[in-house]
Design a protein around this ligand. Structure first.
Ligand SMILES: [Ca+2]
Ligand SMILES: [Ca+2]
Ligand SMILES: [Ca+2]
Length: 195
């Protein structure tokens, strides 16, 4: 319940405070039109929750830094695929592509996706009750606590630097909800320092 509330603040449409912006479609949709039916928005786990099997309770499953509003049908198409370039066009989400083992988001959010995945990698280190999440060079990671492909995520981080929407989002999470930051939104160059 707190995640739904948070997303309505973090992902608010800057042009319409009654709406949120969906990550992959880029569509503006009423905050109240959320749920599980076709045409509604729900919570996309950018770090797919099956990769490490951490569920939707506390911990990574409710970490708002990697949760975004998304169209129910497009969320289902992304599923738990790893990230990579290529595939065929995703119906209802212009600029997104997918094949059997990977998903490519639209250009405007490629860097956002990369920085969310890499935040999860440094936030979750296996030193608490949650798995050590790490990026790798593979697709088809299945249920292991890994997401690829790192080289592509690094490229996306370079191509799509943080914009005002992403920076505001980081600040709202820090100020109002989790009181921690995604360091790669503040310092995208740290991606290259670490990886
Ligand atoms: Ca692929
Ligand atoms: Ca972006
Ligand atoms: Ca880690």
């Amino acid at each position: 319940a707190q995640v739904w509330t948070a997303l309505k603040a973090t992902d608010q449409d800057p042009k319409n405070s009654s709406n949120v912006i969906e990550l992959y479609t880029g569509r503006s949709i009423s905050k109240s039109n959320n749920g599980g039916n076709s045409g509604q928005w729900n919570r996309e786990h950018v770090w797919a929750k099956s990769h490490g099997d951490f569920g939707e309770a506390t911990g990574p499953g409710t970490d708002v830094h990697h949760l975004r509003p998304e169209d129910v049908s497009v969320n289902s198409i992304r599923g738990n695929k790893d990230f990579d370039n290529g595939g065929s066009a995703v119906s209802g989400a212009p600029g997104n592509y997918t094949d059997s083992d990977s998903y490519e988001p639209r250009d405007a959010v490629k860097g956002d996706v990369a920085r969310m995945i890499l935040y999860m990698a440094v936030r979750y280190e296996g030193d608490d009750s949650w798995p050590d999440l790490e990026p790798n060079e593979r697709v088809n990671n299945g249920s292991s606590p890994a997401i690829g492909k790192l080289s592509v995520l690094k490229q996306w981080n370079d191509e799509d630097p943080p914009d005002a929407f992403e920076q505001r989002r980081n600040q709202v999470i820090y100020d109002q909800f989790q009181h921690n930051r995604n360091p790669f939104i503040d310092h995208p160059e740290w991606v290259e320092s670490i990886w």
